[in-house]
Design a protein around this ligand. Structure first.
Ligand SMILES: [Zn+2]
Length: 83
């Protein structure tokens, strides 16, 4: 089973709180959308309840919060290549 962080990232992308850089598959881009973040928590909580997540509720909510907070508004690799 993949780690809780990877699962948190996917939940955030599903909810629309994060998107993936179209070029760099491992880079998340913050959509700055608090409603989508709420959706991410809701989807994540349901997945924990259904035992789809290898983490408990509190940990997984924290993982979602962290991965969104750590994401920038644009991809650092792409920004670098723009110069
Ligand atoms: Zn990129």
């Amino acid at each position: 089973m993949e780690g809780a962080n990877a699962q948190a990232g996917r939940v955030a992308v599903t909810a629309g709180a994060l998107s993936k850089c179209p070029i760099h598959d491992d880079v998340f881009i913050d959509q700055m959308d608090s409603a989508s973040l709420e959706d991410a928590y809701r989807i994540g909580a349901a997945k924990v309840r259904d035992c789809e997540i290898d983490s408990d509720h509190k940990e997984f909510m924290a993982a979602i919060k962290r991965i969104v907070e750590e994401s920038a508004m644009d991809c650092g690799y792409c920004a670098k290549n723009d110069d």
